[in-house]
Ligand binder design. Structure first.
Ligand SMILES: [Fe+2]
Length: 337
């Protein structure tokens, strides 16, 4: 439950964002999006409004706060769409019952089964790879192989990773549980901990620490490296696709669903369908994500820096998303902070 005082603060903060963030075409039709994903959606929503005449009003906030807000607002919620990053967040939203199932041929045709909820409560729209990154002055790519191998003694004192409270970490660990079972996943985590892995509060910090020589190797989402390379083409960190000789690199999604109490469910579905098709370029390019729709090419920058030829872990995002609580427990048990 959300505390009254906290909800009050939240409502004020979100209301301020809302006023600043409406794209108005003069049309009567409006769809409201609560978004925990903040990677340049403004421009994408504006384009949707221009092309369809449907306005998009949106509130940005943290993933958990927006979920709590939709729950607290109940039938009176303004939210037609909840958008967020990571299958862990999408699963939690579905589990809390805030989505409605969609019957949409467009969405089921556009989005592969592994990137959407089995009951069509949410759909992945952008794909991010969470992979190994390294300082090329300190590490040769031949020395790297898997997430699991970062528990080997040769990496002691050389690894930086993201904290356990972060959903990206939780989903990667959830995928280890899905593949190895709970006990073996805890042992891998214990290996990381025994290697004195340095735990940092953001993916950007992991990359910056590696670039400065504070760590030799780490794990981050690929688009953070793409952003660093946008700013500095000589940024001294490279990506290595993890686990190519077995299951493939862990991929996750950003995505959305239509809320159970949406006043404008049809318009909301139209927005999702557009984002999964004509709007895929805009939605994913703003954050250098890979398109979820396999018919759409990744942007030129992503192709240049990372390419599209790598093996992806086929594990369904709904599968590891549903193991979120187990992942948190496993990290606690292993002493991974
Ligand atoms: Fe992110």
């Amino acid at each position: 439950m959300i505390g009254k005082a906290r909800l009050g603060t939240l409502l004020v903060a979100l209301a301020l964002v809302a006023t600043a963030a409406c794209s108005n075409t003069g049309s009567e039709k409006t769809v409201q999006v609560y978004s925990g994903r903040h990677y340049g959606e403004e421009e994408t929503f504006k384009k949707f409004a221009d092309e369809t005449g449907i306005n998009v009003e949106f509130l940005f906030g943290s993933d958990a706060e927006l979920r709590e807000r939709i729950e607290a607002e109940g039938e009176n919620t303004q939210a037609d769409v909840y958008m967020t990053v990571d299958a862990g967040n999408l699963f939690l939203a579905a589990d809390e019952g805030i989505f409605r199932p969609l019957e949409s041929q467009v969405l089921t045709d556009a989005i592969p089964e592994s990137l959407r909820d089995p009951d069509n409560l949410w759909f992945g729209l952008g794909v991010r790879a969470r992979t190994i990154v390294y300082n090329p002055d300190e590490v040769r790519p031949e020395e790297l192989s898997t997430y699991e191998a970062l528990a080997d003694p040769e990496w002691k004192g050389r690894v930086c990773m993201r904290d356990s409270s972060n959903v990206y970490t939780q989903s990667l660990v959830a995928s280890l549980i899905a593949h190895h079972g709970y006990g073996d996943a805890v042992n891998i985590l214990k290996g990381w901990v025994a290697n004195e892995t340095e735990i940092l509060g953001s993916d950007v910090l992991v990359l910056e620490t590696i670039a400065k020589g504070g760590c030799d190797v780490g794990i981050t989402n690929h688009y953070y490296l793409a952003q660093q390379l946008d700013e500095d083409p000589d940024f001294n960190v490279k990506a290595f696709w993890a686990n190519q000789d077995d299951r493939g690199v862990h991929v996750n999604v950003s995505g959305a669903g239509v809320t159970k109490n949406a006043d404008n469910a049809d318009l909301a579905q139209q927005l999702l369908e557009w984002l999964a098709t004509e709007g895929q370029d805009d939605f994913t390019n703003s954050n250098h994500e890979y398109p979820a729709n396999p018919d759409v090419e990744p942007d030129e920058h992503v192709m240049r820096e990372f390419g599209n030829e790598f093996k992806r872990d086929p594990l369904g995002s709904a599968d590891y998303g549903s193991r979120n609580a187990d992942a948190i427990r496993a990290m606690d048990e292993a002493g991974y902070e």
